[in-house]
Design a protein around this ligand. Sequence first.
Ligand code: GDP
Length: 453
Amino acid sequence: MPDRSTIFALSSGRPPAAIAVVRVSGPRAGVALEKLIGRVPEPRKAALARVRDPRSNEVIDEALALWFPAPRSETGEDVAELQLHGGQAVIAGVLDALSTIEGCRPAEAGEFTRRAFENGRLDLTAVEGLADLIAAETPAQRRLAFRQLKGLIGDRSEAWRRRLIEALALVEARIDFSDEADVPEDLLGPALHAAQQLRDEIAGVLADGRRGERLRDGLVVAIAGPPNAGKSTLLNRLARREAAIVSPFAGTTRDVIEVHLDLDGYPVTLLDTAGIRDSAEPVEQEGVRRARARAAAADLVLWVIDGSACGLAVDEHCIANVAIWLVRNKIDRVDASPCMGAGKCDNSEYEFTLTISALSGAGMEALTAALSNYAKTYFASTESSLITRARHRRALEDTVAALDRGLARDHSTDEELIAEELRSAATTLGRLTGRVDVEDILDVIFRDFCIGK
Ligand code: GDP
């Protein structure tokens, strides 16, 4: 039985601000409006109103009030919205007044969205799209999240599930009629054909190189290289702020520092890894271990070396199967270095070599342009990818696996088992959109939400 209490919360950002939005959802939302502004405005029309504390009748603020009767509201319940002046005391006064109304209580994190889901206003993938839209930091992430909110994968999965249920009905009919003389002979053929088509379609969606997931999380570029090469200085210059401590002493960046960049609309997460070198000091050893792990999982490594020194090759056990660019730093000191340009450094294992001075900024424009280009090329095909989360991928992989098992059965004797696999595939698709059996994952999904959402 769902909780039918009426919930309220501040839904806008941190006060003080010009405007604050307080939302109320549930069966007593209309009563709350009566108590606070003395009436219920016309549905979906903004009304100017004095907001009063029902206990003292004191005016708290003048606000715009909105009324969205169920079911045509964000949550599917009666919803009231007050657009107040965004001051701490105004908000506190209104929330306090609401809490005195019987049947009203403060909302928990994500509770408005959870009700929207429970009332069928949003499917689970749309809920995730909403969370991603709020978290989106770049235009490309925003576009992907918005498409998901609008049913990019949800509608597709639902259509797949319907087709699957049609195929299943044919198999079941075949089982039911099998004893009768006038069995429509070929019920199984069309069912298996449909299952095969679905299987191939879903497998095609899975073969996207995980770009949607990458776009959601950001392409990971690790800055690695020997201590004192200028990695932190480079990170700061790329991030244009003091994200990493720059120190003239070797081995000070002990942890992994992360900076999120928007490169021409595409998200890139930059990692500054601790100076990778062998050390006897335990804290530093741990830093080196983490640095190696993160660099190994990156999409691209910028291997920074002091270009005014020589002969430093990539640490072999740290990086494998990753694109590596060699960044020769400190070119401002080239003249002082006798070996620069003497051809001692072997560049053959790098995809790309750049020469910069992180200190003076020389060569930085070319490096930024190359990174933007890399991100753009990487994400070029993301516009068509449907999957943005590991949860979606698992569900679709499970669906394909069930279909494969069903299709591999003997068609003339194993109808029951084929039906069983088709049913299991339909259930997995239903879990993706939250139509069936999802209690166990709801808490994980709504955990990402803030109060008032
Ligand atoms: P990390 O250990 O690789 O992170 O190196 P840091 O960024 O902490 O830099 C080590 C030292 O090199 C600092 O004193 C920096 O100011 C200096 N440095 C970094 N980049 C350059 C550069 O392009 N030119 C010169 N001359 N010094 C640099």
